[in-house]
Design a binder for this molecule. Structure first.
Ligand SMILES: Cc1cc2nc3c(=O)[nH]c(=O)nc-3n(C[C@H](O)[C@H](O)[C@H](O)COP(=O)(O)O)c2cc1C
Length: 217
């Protein structure tokens, strides 16, 4: 697969099958991602992988907390309207695809349920960064995370970057032995899609190139 094909075919898979991803494949993906660029080659990423019985224990706690209504993460601060509109658009489009009414407040519960079951993922990569580093170093984390997704794509493995995956940091710290001096930045689920899942057919839109790019000669 060439790079453009990998970029164009990558999308967020939100319903993974139970087919496991071999440890060698995960390590191959992560080893490729270690080639990501970073400011001053500082390589500020620290990676913890949850799979197998460890991930099942994490999943159990996520589900228990979801059912008991505890452990809901603090929501992000409100964004300016145009960004909220883009976020609402994908939410509503995904709900409609599932045959649900976006105007019904209860319809959003479907996402909470998926989140609680960690989207069925068989592998979750948790990317952390030293708390002593400035927030600007999270740019490096961004390059690393996208490289993981593209490397996965090249290996025939789908991915899903999500803050939701790390919504219960205390559980991840305990199970993955993540030291307190590291911030848990983001999670990436890796795996194979559930074949008949309609949500996996969703493709998010993009702004038109001429709106985004100002090209001056
Ligand atoms: C940093 C980051 C955090 C994200 N967090 C979530 C999340 O918590 N829940 C979710 O459903 N999707 C999350 N996403 C996925 C985005 O919604 C998704 O990438 C975007 O809608 C574009 O769709 P695509 O990945 O299918 O191209 C996140 C993506 C990124 C890059």
């Amino acid at each position: 697969m060439d790079v453009i094909e990998a970029i164009l075919t990558r999308h967020s898979v939100r319903d993974f099958s139970s087919r496991p991803v071999p440890e060698e494949t995960v390590m191959k993906i992560l080893e490729a991602a270690l080639r990501s660029p970073s400011g001053g080659n500082s390589q500020p990423w620290e990676v913890f992988v949850a799979a197998g019985a460890t991930l099942e224990r994490i999943r159990k706690v996520y589900q228990e907390r979801s059912q008991s209504g505890t452990g809901a993460p603090a929501g992000p601060p409100p964004l300016p309207a145009k960004y909220q509109e883009r976020m609402a658009m994908i939410r509503n489009e995904r709900l409609r695809l599932l045959g649900l009414d976006p105007a019904d407040p209860a319809s959003g519960m479907v996402f909470a349920e998926w989140q609680a079951r960690i989207f069925g993922a068989q592998v979750v990569v948790v990317v952390c960064m030293d708390k002593a580093l400035p927030a600007s170093k999270s740019l490096d984390i961004g390059t690393f995370v996208q490289t993981i997704c593209l490397a996965a794509q090249g290996c025939g493995v789908d991915s899903f970057i999500a803050g939701m995956l790390v919504s219960q940091p205390d559980v991840l710290r305990q199970e993955l032995e993540i030291p307190e001096d590291l911030d848990i930045v983001i999670g990436i689920a890796l795996g194979y899609p559930e074949p008949d899942s309609i949500i996996n057919t969703y493709r998010s839109p993009r702004r038109p190139i001429r709106e985004v790019v100002r090209y001056k000669i």
